[in-house]
Design a protein around this ligand. Structure first.
Ligand SMILES: Cc1cc2nc3c(=O)[nH]c(=O)nc-3n(C[C@H](O)[C@H](O)[C@H](O)COP(=O)(O)OP(=O)(O)OC[C@H]3O[C@@H](n4cnc5c(N)ncnc54)[C@H](O)[C@@H]3O)c2cc1C
Length: 491
């Protein structure tokens, strides 16, 4: 008989992050750990978080999720990227697709060939060479086991949490309903020993995961871990969110529409749309922002607009003592590139890999904190890029963003692309070269030079390559069904 004591992992909070953690930990560790989740129906969840990036599909594989079941249960639609409208200047847009654009050589990425082609008057729009972008532009989508199309989902956050709860409970995770009244510490080690609920019930554990959202009840209110504030780079600090009926179209992409003091999202689900207006109270008051959102939504509003307050930044240590912060309690970057759910998922995978065997090892904790910080800082840089490189002159908000100092790490990426069309991918980068190229070009960074090797390709051959690639993409898109038709028969 094994004499290994089963560890007890207690998850505080049952929003997207809490149930994602419960689903993954119960699936992977149920033979060695007991997983308990405490949540309060009275407090509820934040109820936003409806757009994802393609890595969500990898995480779903880990959970053994059937895509059809997921699409049915969460009202999901498919997402091929984001259409950025009015970002560089008003009345222009560009698309950040999840697909691969063109074809690289060993020495040079496709952007170098495209720049050479453009110089020769041969290359068309950058997005013409990307299958996913062209599918999005024509409202087309299909997938199958054999398909290589790269995509993510739009989903209903409430239904997603309920679906994940069902999966977790199938794997013997236990849910306790109740409001956490106090968090109890060991006086010698400072570790959390238990949570006391308003009912008087005490929930003891070995490891605690703080998924209590912006409240950060364990990691901050109790352990006073500290927060690194990034609002000087990302000054938006509020969002009004509202649900509406669906407009006529069901585009397979998120819309991100910049306005004078922030931006607005539109997320199409199967039966409704999610909308929100993100803004900075340094530049726009709450009432004006609410009115602006109500004036500009498409379809009928089916909920009252809800105000969400936030401060962009990261928890100084996401793992402190025997507490790991996941979800909004670990830090927040506005949903411009739909990165939060991805960060919850990588946080969970990292925890699974660095799970303590007996006592918590400081080296494990440091490794976890270092990796998490590196990852979120790279996301931060990518988001700042959208704001900083702009040519809008219609408000103080955009002028401030253009003039502000940015992190050296981002300045280097912009300089590198501007001077040589080069982009690199480093460890912990969430966004790959294709993403950086699309956003850099879309925001208006046009490289001065490209890789010398591309000029060894004769112009006639370059023309054949660009033309046949574009025609191949167009022909493949032609065969695809409409997104709406695919969704309705898929689930
Ligand atoms: C405006 C906005 C838009 C977003 N859009 C996206 C997006 O498009 N894509 C994306 O990936 N992410 C997005 N996010 C981020 C994120 O995905 C969501 O916010 C996420 O769904 C919520 O994360 P959570 O589980 O950490 O917190 P919450 O949903 O706030 O859940 C907190 C949980 O803790 C519980 N709780 C709190 N206090 C107590 C207590 N005392 N006792 C018991 N239980 C307690 C609550 O009941 C709840 O169950 C967005 C965030 C915001 C603010």
């Amino acid at each position: 008989m094994s004499n290994i004591k089963r560890k007890k992992i207690v998850i505080a909070g049952g929003g997207t992050s809490g149930w994602l953690a419960a689903a993954a930990l119960s699936k992977q560790l149920s033979s060695i750990c007991e997983v308990v989740l405490v949540e309060s129906d009275d407090i509820g969840t934040i109820g936003v978080g409806e757009a994802t990036i393609p890595t969500v599909r990898v995480f779903h594989k880990l959970l053994g999720i059937s895509e059809k079941e997921f699409v049915r249960e969460t009202d999901a639609t498919f997402k091929l990227g984001i259409n950025f409208e009015n970002w560089r200047v008003k009345d222009e847009s560009y698309f950040h697709s999840f697909g691969k654009t063109g074809k690289d050589s060993y020495l040079a990425g496709f952007q170098h060939f495209w720049l050479y082609g453009r110089e020769q008057g041969l290359a068309q729009l950058y997005g013409d060479y990307c299958f996913e972008f062209q599918c999005a532009a024509h409202d087309k989508f299909a997938t199958s086991d054999k398909s290589k199309i790269n995509y993510a989902y739009h989903l209903d956050a409430g239904k997603y949490a309920r679906y994940l709860r069902k999966l977790s409970e199938q794997n013997k995770a236990k849910r306790i309903e109740g409001k956490i009244d106090s968090v109890n510490l060991d006086s010698a080690s400072g570790n959390i020993t238990s949570l006391t609920l308003e009912s008087g019930e005490t929930v003891e554990g070995d490891l605690f995961i703080d998924c209590t959202g912006f409240r950060a009840l364990l990691i901050e209110e109790t352990l006073k871990t500290g927060y690194e504030d990034w609002s000087h780079w990302l000054p938006c600090d509020r969002a009004w969110a509202v649900q509406t009926t669906l407009a006529d179209k069901l585009p397979p992409y998120t819309r991100s529409i910049a306005h004078e003091n922030g931006w607005q999202w539109r997320i199409p689900l199967q039966k409704r749309a999610g909308n929100g207006l993100v803004f900075s109270t340094k530049f726009m008051d709450e009432d004006t922002a609410k009115e602006k959102l109500m004036r500009s939504v498409e379809g009928e509003m089916t909920t009252e607009p809800r105000l969400i307050k936030f401060v962009t930044g990261r928890r100084k240590k996401v793992w402190n003592k025997n507490c790991v912060a996941l979800g909004l309690s670990s830090g927040f970057i506005e949903p411009l590139e739909s990165t939060s759910i991805h960060l919850f998922m990588t946080g969970i995978i990292r925890l699974l890999r660095l799970l303590p065997s007996n006592d918590i090892s400081l080296a494990n904790v440091n490794e976890y904190n270092q990796q998490t910080a590196a990852e979120i800082e790279r996301v931060r840089d990518f988001i700042i890029l959208h704001y900083h490189v702009n040519e809008r002159d219609d408000s103080e908000f955009w002028r401030y963003l253009r003039k502000m100092d940015i992190p050296d790490s981002l300045q280097h990426r912009i300089d590198l692309f501007a001077q040589s069309a080069n982009v690199f991918e480093s460890e912990y980068d969430v966004f790959q070269i294709d993403s950086w190229v699309q956003v850099l070009l879309g925001q208006g960074v046009m490289p001065q030079h490209y890789h010398p090797s591309v000029k060894t390709m004769p112009v006639a051959e370059l023309e054949r390559f660009l033309t046949s690639y574009k025609q191949g993409v167009a022909a493949a898109v032609n065969k695809m069904p409409r997104h709406r038709d695919f969704v309705s028969q898929y689930s």
